[in-house]
Ligand binder design. Sequence first.
Ligand code: PEP
Length: 247
Amino acid sequence: MRKKIIAGNWKMNKTPAEAVELAKTLINKVNTNTVDVVFCVPYIDIIPVCDVLKGSNISVGAQNVYFEESGAYTGEISPLMLKNAGVKYVIVGHSERREYFNETDDIVNKKVKKVLEHNMTPILCCGETLKQREMGITMEHIKMQIKKGFYGLNSNDAEKIIVAYEPIWAIGTGKTATSEQAQEVCAGIRQSLSEIYSNETAQKIRIQYGGSVNGKNAAEILSMNDIDGGLVGGASLKEEFADIVNY
Ligand code: PEP
């Protein structure tokens, strides 16, 4: 039985003071008894939010990382720094990073490996554009992202990764994939993983859905067989996030 995991992606929102306030508001509202809960906050908010969450079951995640430990990489942040600050999860390959910062599958794969090396959990994002969906090449595209994202990793490492299926056309648009569409792709991802590794390994890997998840649609989406949680953008900045976790 895979434990559900709900992660909030705060994106480039909340100053440190605002982040502390939001974390304090949510901490008493989310029920973490049966669900893993993660706040993926901006880098500058990591330390103060970790302080607020000390003693709770909520973990802090980062939204990106660089694949070197240290050195002349102005403006980047290393996995070592994140680990030391208290980060447990790192989103890797979000579609916004792929689109605006030219992250390729090869870069994503390097980052996934580094995150694992530092005993943090990568949340590896994949998803198709509207054009790809209309052209009927959704699964082909996602299978390639999965293959490249997991390249060079053994099953032991693969089992530690969380995959987030996020159709790009559903992110921040208010358009949610139907629960059937989301289930179909998540089942396809699990099928690819079983072809790369084994059915046993594929059954252990948690797959989230992301794309306009909110308090109203969470229960239906999260009830699907191959959907083991949600990656939540907009609604993670509001008290509504607690309704998603407590669905
Ligand atoms: C996201 O950015 O990962 C996301 C799913 O955003 P939203 O929930 O706002 O669509």
